[in-house]
Design a protein around this ligand. Structure first.
Ligand code: PLP
Length: 482
């Protein structure tokens, strides 16, 4: 995205693309929104798309595709084994990450399943990481290991000026190695930490953690699902990388890791994923599971059309105009909300704008699920669908106790190149109204609570008639407006 200065107004993000295909949106009246969220068990995952105005649930599989990606999909070469499409993708991955092997998988969590199964080799193992992602943790726990979250202390502070709050703390890693080296299955760095505000990892940190892993003979696994945003932050926030081409930054991350896996629903703006690696021994162990769970080694559960789109999508990730769009829009939203004194995670990260629900609803305890309650309230007053990233997204301990999340966030994802600035301004306006009326928002209780990944299909109900009162206040203030 070009650095364009404005003459008559404050600087703002300027799209370096134009919209050529559109999808009509629907904004239901507020009474219908209230009914819809109640029927969805107060879980935004269970809303139907036709009930949603701005879908800020996730960036997963919802990024806008380019004309070049769509064109490439038409030239896909289909076959069970050995398609040209696969070899084009494999060559692109080799070019961008400089890794020797690429094992395809149908999405990010499929890679996590396979890696956990391969690398967790005995009971009682531990996986140190900057921070967990829900599906990564679920697979690691499923194979009997525990996770150790050793992000730097500031990573868990909502407000900060640290430009790399996603960094893994090297001292905490060294301490853990001293104590339990034999139990460490692998070390995981998540580029652009999903659950703590899309906060990036610096190249200096990648280097330091890689050096520790090499010294100790530990396997370093990088989750590159959110790498596009992280690349932008390395280039714009790390002085010595300001003039380094994105392609060199990506290859450097490739050279520092043993294994890189990714969700192509995010990285590459397509659908699919895969595991990229250097070592022959690891490749042979992991390869066995691909045909078992994913499909033959030249498609891994992906359609050839998606593989073609991914090849082009990875190529476009090397373009600063492309990777800057989401972080710049997110920054605009974060800056505007901060100016209104609305609590948001700072500095602005990748993936989306994160409302600090803990502070927004400081009258609610965590076991009333403030992030989930805020998600329902925002949907009711705006038709915007966000995602709870707090205690609801946690999983109960084996003894049934409920861990409270480190942070209570409502994530408003900005899928790449999807929303216009006026839609962002609408979101800011409705969040502002909601903040002024925040004391009307009450809590939620579970009525159906699944054992695993409960946030996906759990059902809840409000702990009073607060949603009705919120709706009445909206009508008082906005009259007939949608
Ligand atoms: C950091 C991270 N890792 C892994 C995944 C899992 O990827 P997928 O949704 O393709 O299974 C996600 C998805 O949101 C993610 O954000």
């Amino acid at each position: 995205m070009a650095e364009v200065k404005f003459f008559g107004s404050a600087d703002m993000p300027l799209e370096m693309h134009k919209v050529r295909i559109i999808q009509k949106l629907n904004l239901l009246p507020i009474d219908e929104r209230l009914k819809a969220i109640s029927e969805a068990g107060n879980n935004t995952f269970l809303l139907k798309n036709r009930e949603v105005f701005l879908d800020m649930l996730t960036d997963s599989g919802t990024n806008a595709m380019s004309d070049r990606q769509l064109a490439a999909m038409m030239t896909a070469d289909d076959s069970y084994a050995g398609s040209e499409t696969f070899y084009r993708l494999e060559a692109k991955i080799r070019e961008v990450f400089d890794t020797k092997y690429y094992l395809p998988a149908h999405q990010g969590r499929a890679c996590e399943n396979i890696l956990a199964q391969t690398l967790i080799t005995k009971p009682g193992m531990i996986v140190p990481m900057n921070y967990h992602f829900t599906t990564a943790k679920a697979h690691i726990s499923r194979f009997g290991a525990e996770i150790a979250e050793i992000v730097g202390d500031e990573g868990l502070e909502a407000k900060s000026s640290n430009p790399f709050k996603g960094n893994l703390d090297p001292e905490k890693l060294n301490a853990l190695i001293k104590e339990r080296k034999e139990d460490i299955a692998f070390v995981r760095i998540e580029a652009g930490t999903n659950l703590i505000g899309g906060q990036p990892v610096s190249m200096a940190n990648f280097k330091e953690i890689s050096a520790i892993c090499r010294r100790e003979g530990l396997i370093l696994v990088v989750d590159a699902s959110l790498l596009a945003d992280n690349l932008y932050f390395i280039k714009t926030r790390e002085e010595e990388y300001k003039d380094v081409p994105i392609s060199d930054i990506m290859r450097e991350i490739g050279s520092l890791s043993d294994i890189i896996y990714f969700s192509a629903r995010k990285l590459g703006c397509a659908r699919g994923g895969g595991i990229c690696l250097h070592r022959d021994d690891l490749m042979e162990r992991i390869r066995e599971l691909i045909p078992l769970y994913e499909g033959f080694l030249t498609y891994g559960g992906m359609s050839v059309r998606e593989m073609e789109a991914l090849t082009v999508g990875l190529d476009e990730t090397l373009d600063m105009d492309m990777i800057a769009q989401a972080p710049q829009f997110i920054k605009h939203m974060v800056d505007e909300l901060s100016a209104l004194d609305i609590p948001v995670v700072t500095p602005a990260g990748g993936l989306g704008c994160h409302l600090n629900a803990g502070e927004f609803l400081d009258h609610l305890p965590q076991n009333k699920y403030p992030s989930g309650a805020l998600a329902t309230a925002l949907y009711i007053v705006s038709g915007i669908r966000g995602m709870e990233r707090g205690t609801l997204s946690e999983q109960r301990n084996p003894d049934g106790t409920e861990p409270l999340a480190h942070m209570e966030l409502l994530r408003l994802a900005l899928p790449r190149r999807v929303f216009t600035l006026s839609q962002i301004k609408y979101a800011i306006d409705r969040i502002n109204w909601l903040y002024q009326n925040r004391r009307l928002i009450g809590g939620l209780n579970f009525v159906e609570e699944p054992r695993i990944l409960r946030f996906f299909f759990g059902r809840l109900k409000p702990d009073s008639d607060w949603q009705i009162k919120l709706t009445e206040k909206f009508k008082e203030d906005f009259g007939e407006s949608l």
